[in-house]
Design a protein around this ligand. Sequence first.
Ligand code: PGA
Length: 241
Amino acid sequence: MKQLIVGNWKMNLNRGDIKELVKAIVLHENADVVVCPAFPYLDYAKHRIGTEEIKIGAQDCHEEASGAFTGDVSAQMLVDVGCSYVIVGHSERRQQHQESNYQVLQKAQAALAHSLVPIICIGESDEDNRAGKTEEVLAQQIADSIPRGSFELVVAYEPIWAIGTGRTPTTQDIKRVHKFIRAELAKKSPLSKSIPILYGGSVNDKNAASILSLENVNGVLVGGASLKAESFNQIIQAAVS
Ligand code: PGA
């Protein structure tokens, strides 16, 4: 499978920035590229990109298809404006919006019901990491927030303490944790071997090649370094077959 390079723009970039950035993205034969703009810019980004080779993802969706949910956006709406992916359960949503594993599961199911590929984020806190509870936390998140069955979905391992901090786990730790996630996924899906497992958290143009070369790392979820074409392109070029 090609490696999946996902840019999570979070609450950044305006129309002018997006126009410049998407024009400058350089694709690579080993990489499938997805960018995730903020909601108001999904349609704009889709049209500016103008190629089916770069896919669009959203950063969240509501679990219901429609209704009285002020400020929310449904999976159905995301498909309508041309999204192929949606990030669910990002730690910033889990922490700042108190999203539970169960809610993340429901969002992932809503995405799947509308043929959107959910990128389901899991990851331990600094405290849990220091206490040696990484595997325990991840096992619970996988058990409770990933749908059971033969679905096309993506899992992103993002240690919370590595997001936006410039700190990353050692490559040995990433390898160990991804192997563990792969084994846990086997309990949920007959397709577990083909579920892409992304690493996320302070991925940049310097560390991308060593992370992407690790076994069971099928791509990366990139925040800060996806906002500039120079760094994002170097990450895309680091994809391996
Ligand atoms: P970062 O963010 O690359 O800026 O650490 C990653 C993410 O939150 O998805």
